[in-house]
Design a protein around this ligand. Structure first.
Ligand SMILES: NCc1[nH]cc(CCC(=O)O)c1CC(=O)O
Length: 319
């Protein structure tokens, strides 16, 4: 058994994107594995992989990602490295991951979920309700844009891309008066000292799987599978199973205005979901509660209920 564990001479290679948040998530994964198996940090190697989505030169900064075709934009190169053996595991934000993985890869290890809420961030205003009419809010998220315009049609939403640091700089420069970021990212980067307030999910339901880190590996790599089992969090898995089945049943991607959150109370699960028109002109929201083991069935049922209420033309804009 001991000989199967990684060592400084034969480290476990952890693939990640190079953004500060991605690196923080890779470091958390390494530290949890090191602690679980009492290994030194240099039994792990962090391998930074540049993805098409990171290549700014290719992408005009003011174009929404959905126009560029975001499917696999931030994961393709990382998954290629996994399949070819360049890395052994890949660390991902689950909210950016499609509901199905390529042939030969599995994504079934989740770290304990961080705060799943969105943060309202503004140097000058206390909260969403305090924003004067017509205020400019920056976001690159189709979901946040739709939710904002649904609740506050008077606001002006501008495209706000880049990593967390870039977006905060734009706020400082006055490009917008407020923005939204995931609480999880701010906490993982130790950035909770910026002017922000957490949004209640009653006011802004988060993205599917927001705040959860998933670890992907080759399906035939059972040594790595055994290692990952030691740091897997089953509550997070139960919640994501419900949320991601809801997402899959809606045929959504991370660039579709869909929100959802599953919460556990003992062995009871409460699933909330929302689908919106991209311009915020319509929203359909609902919730179901039941035994935690029924999460995926509840995800499908909630998706069907919302689709039925929305009607067949609701998703027509997807083309
Ligand atoms: N799409 C970008 C992205 N993917 C994951 C996070 C934050 C961390 C998380 O939700 O786990 C972010 C940035 C943000 O929304 O603030």
């Amino acid at each position: 058994m001991m000989t199967l564990l990684p060592s400084p001479a034969a480290p476990l290679k952890i693939g990640t994107r190079g953004s500060p948040l991605a690196l923080a998530q890779a470091h958390e994964t390494r530290d949890r594995l090191a602690a679980a198996f009492d290994l030194p940090q240099d039994a792990f190697e962090i391998v930074v992989i540049k993805t098409t989505g990171d290549d700014r030169a290719m992408i005009a900064a003011d174009r929404p990602l959905k126009e560029i075709g975001n499917k696999g934009l931030f994961t393709k190169e990382i998954e290629e490295q996994l399949l070819s053996g360049g890395i052994d595991i890949a660390v991902h934000s689950m909210k950016d991951m499609p509901t199905e993985q390529p042939e030969g890869l599995v994504l079934d290890c989740y770290l304990p979920r961080e705060d799943e809420r969105d943060a309202f961030i503004s140097p000058g205003h206390a909260g969403l309700a305090a924003l004067p009419e017509g205020t400019v809010v920056g976001t690159s998220s189709l979901r946040r844009r739709a939710q904002l315009l649904n609740r506050r049609p008077d606001l002006q939403v501008v495209e706000f891309r880049g990593n967390v640091q870039t977006r905060l700089k734009k706020l400082e420069d006055g490009v917008a008066a407020a923005t939204f970021l995931a609480m999880a990212g701010l906490r993982r980067m130790d950035m909770t000292d910026i002017p922000m307030t957490a949004m209640s999910p009653d006011d802004m339901l988060p993205a599917i799987a927001q705040g959860a880190i998933g670890i992907e590996r080759r399906s035939d790599d059972s040594r790595t599978g055994d290692m990952l089992a030691a740091i897997h969090d089953t509550d997070t898995a139960t919640r994501l199973a419900a949320e991601r089945t809801f997402l899959a049943a809606l045929d959504g991607s991370c660039e579709t205005p869909i929100a959802g959150l599953a919460e556990l109370d003992g062995d009871r699960l409460r699933l909330r979901g929302e689908i919106l028109a991209p311009d915020g002109s319509a929203s359909h929201a609902g919730e179901l509660s039941g035994p935690a083991a029924d999460g995926p069935a509840m995800g499908r049922a909630l998706a069907e209920e919302l689709l039925a209420r929305a009607g067949p033309d609701f998703f027509a804009w997807r083309g």
